[in-house]
Design a protein around this ligand. Structure first.
Ligand SMILES: Cc1cc2nc3c(=O)[nH]c(=O)nc-3n(C[C@H](O)[C@H](O)[C@H](O)COP(=O)(O)OP(=O)(O)OC[C@H]3O[C@@H](n4cnc5c(N)ncnc54)[C@H](O)[C@@H]3O)c2cc1C
Length: 351
């Protein structure tokens, strides 16, 4: 374990923001982390833990210690005909866990395909896409309590998951270092008879998924997680920029959850705004539509833009600073609030 000095972070964050860190270290084991805890660099500096750097916006040079988690490995804990429980420290490739699950007939995370996530960060913001969230398959999260210098685990319930949030973003914020995540997946039984029908309940309620499947004439009774993953990958590839070419952190804002009273007010201003019920009193409205209907799709300020195919995606079109992206984000928030009276909350972490 080597603590490096004055490192450029541009190639590491998916927003491709060019800032420097005073200290930078890569951790490859829990022991490394406990050793790091004893160093003056750890004791005397502010710290930032990172995994894949795809959900952050770096806004300045860091007089801090940046700790990159690179603990590797996976372990199958239990497997029977119906389920598998697996603990994952990290996975070399963001898609590998999803594809491994699909290829082995496990269901649960196929809708999370093509998100540039590493397993470890998934519980922190409870990542989600196309009607599925990380919380649906997480059994436990292993983490190091920095104050108590102890390895601990939290059950799914203790993680207090909610929309793009968890205990790690609330009372444990800045006090934890996630090391591993345990998932459970359901196995589908492959019926080899001529009447073929799989006991699989795919989450394909989103219009775009159904239309794509219909377009391809996919037989729904024998739909396989691999096909769902392939379909969602195709949709995402058409809609989102490739972060290796264009700096981005995906959706920049959360979809607002509002009361039905507020929805009524929004509809008086613009009856086209869609909504999805959350409970009796609340619904979720699409942030992209609020932004687009304010005329801010492909809004450009210098090299900070909203993406031409999707108003919710902010991009660094080359050379934008973190502050320029923040300025565009603030402008969007203000415009949307002025028009609809709804505050857009960032999904991306500004640091
Ligand atoms: C093109 C694109 C599309 C995306 N689409 C989606 C999507 O559909 N749904 C979705 O939910 N997200 C999406 N994202 C956002 C992102 O991929 C996820 O939020 C992912 O979980 C972030 O993982 P990460 O490993 O990059 O975390 P990082 O960005 O490295 O970190 C995220 C946060 O977790 C903290 N953190 C990281 N590692 C640790 C650790 N070991 N211990 C303690 N704290 C830690 C960081 O300090 C930071 O605050 C997208 C991003 C991009 C670039």
């Amino acid at each position: 374990m080597e603590i490096k000095k004055n490192i450029s972070l541009q190639k590491m964050n998916t927003f491709a923001i060019d800032v420097k860190a005073k200290y930078y270290v890569t951790i490859t084991s829990k022991d490394d982390f406990f050793t790091l805890l004893q160093t003056p660099e750890f004791k005397n500096n502010k710290k930032l833990f990172l995994w894949w750097w795809s959900n952050i916006l770096l806004t300045k040079d860091f007089d801090w210690l940046i700790i990159h988690n690179n603990i590797l490995g996976k372990q199958i804990n239990n497997e029977d005909n119906n389920h598998i429980t697996i603990t994952v420290w990290w996975w070399e490739n963001r898609d590998k866990l999803v594809m491994w699950s699909c290829n082995n007939h496990y269901t649960g995370i196929e809708n999370l395909v093509a998100i540039p996530w590493l397993v470890g960060a998934s519980p922190i913001q409870n990542i989600g896409a196309y009607g599925v969230e990380a919380k649906d398959t997480i059994v436990a999260v292993g983490w190091i309590d920095i104050e108590k210098k102890k390895y601990r685990t939290l059950s799914n319930e203790e993680c207090q998951f909610s929309y793009r949030s968890s205990i790690f973003k609330k009372e444990l914020s800045w006090r934890f270092f996630v090391t591993d995540v345990t998932f459970m997946r359901k196995k589908i039984n492959i019926d080899t008879s001529w009447q073929k029908k799989y006991d699989y309940s795919p989450q394909i309620q989103y219009g775009a998924i159904i239309s794509k499947l219909e377009e391809k004439w996919v037989e729904l009774t024998t739909l396989h997680p691999q096909q769902v993953a392939a379909t969602i990958r195709e949709i995402r590839e058409n809609k989102l920029p490739d972060y290796k070419q264009t700096g981005t952190a995906g959706s920049f804002f959360k979809n607002p959850i509002i009361s039905y009273q507020t929805l009524e007010k929004v509809h008086q201003i613009d009856s086209s705004i869609k909504h999805r019920a959350i409970d009796e009193k609340h619904c979720k409205i699409p942030a992209w539509q609020l932004i687009e209907n304010c005329g801010l799709k492909w809004y450009k300020k210098g090299n900070a833009w909203t993406y031409q195919n999707h108003a919710l995606i902010l991009v660094n079109n080359g050379g934008a600073t973190g502050e320029e992206i923040v300025a565009v984000a603030h402008y969007i928030q203000q415009t949307v609030q002025d028009k609809y009276g709804v505050l857009l909350e960032p999904e991306v972490n500004y640091i």
